[in-house]
Design a protein around this ligand. Sequence first.
Ligand SMILES: C[S@@+](CC[C@H](N)C(=O)[O-])C[C@H]1O[C@@H](n2cnc3c(N)ncnc32)[C@H](O)[C@@H]1O
Length: 281
Amino acid sequence: MDTSGISFTALYTGQVWYQNGMSARFFTSNRGHLMYRALQPVNLVGKRLMGLDLQEILLQRHRIIDHRIEHLIREEGVAQILEIACGLSPRGYKFSRKHPALHYVEADLPGMASRKQALLLQHKGFGPNHKVVDCNILASGEPDGLDYVLKEVLDPALPTIIITEGLVNYFDLPTISGFWRRLAALGQVFPKAWYLTDLFPDVPAGPSRPLIKAAQKALGIATGAKVNLHFSNTASIEQGFSRCGFQQVTVHKPEQFADIAPPHGASYVRVVEARVPHASR
Ligand SMILES: C[S@@+](CC[C@H](N)C(=O)[O-])C[C@H]1O[C@@H](n2cnc3c(N)ncnc32)[C@H](O)[C@@H]1O
């Protein structure tokens, strides 16, 4: 399955982070800026009529993930991060400066990965233990299979976080569950690992449902991927992740992070934090 049609959406998020003081200018692009401007009216209407603001949602998920990473670095000694489907995320750039000992691996499909690599090289953006690699979550083996990256690029001795942001809703449940199961099985090799991802659940009937459904359709058409809202509530998210083999599944909501991600309007995006169970050998 070719999922590279999704990649251009990363230009928009990259622009949103920059416009809101969360990223460096070199992660922006003309196309990202165009999309940013074109979607401003849609954002305004969504906000006024239904309390939903796409930009705010993108900022919330990013801030919550950052906040949980800081917590796991501080409290659990996390020393390695793999950010899959990194797009133009500034996280590797920022965290590898703030925590120079941290091993930070950014990964994406080859086209996006080489774009990121070139930008970081050109703007001296690489931290001391920071790299970009190719990774396709649907592939296996060399050169970009998930199993290959996990085995050859990461150090299993280090407490590790695997992140995906803006990825999982582009895959149907059986496909993304296969990826989640492979991550949850990491505990056979990694004694201490966590998975952090954002996720858009389905919404019950109510004022925001028509907008969410329209956005789901529009995004599907633009990317050529079917956008899936896999779960309908916290309990079903917890069950879904537990079924894939994760432990201690926590579903974070924006309103629980009012100091760092003030909820403007409806609370929609969820950040799932799950422990990879250590398989005792
Ligand atoms: C919506 S963007 C999200 C990028 C970034 N994480 C963000 O939040 O802006 C989706 C990203 O997933 C990547 N992607 C698409 N299919 C993929 C796959 N099969 N394996 C790994 N990454 C993939 C795209 O290249 C793109 O960078």
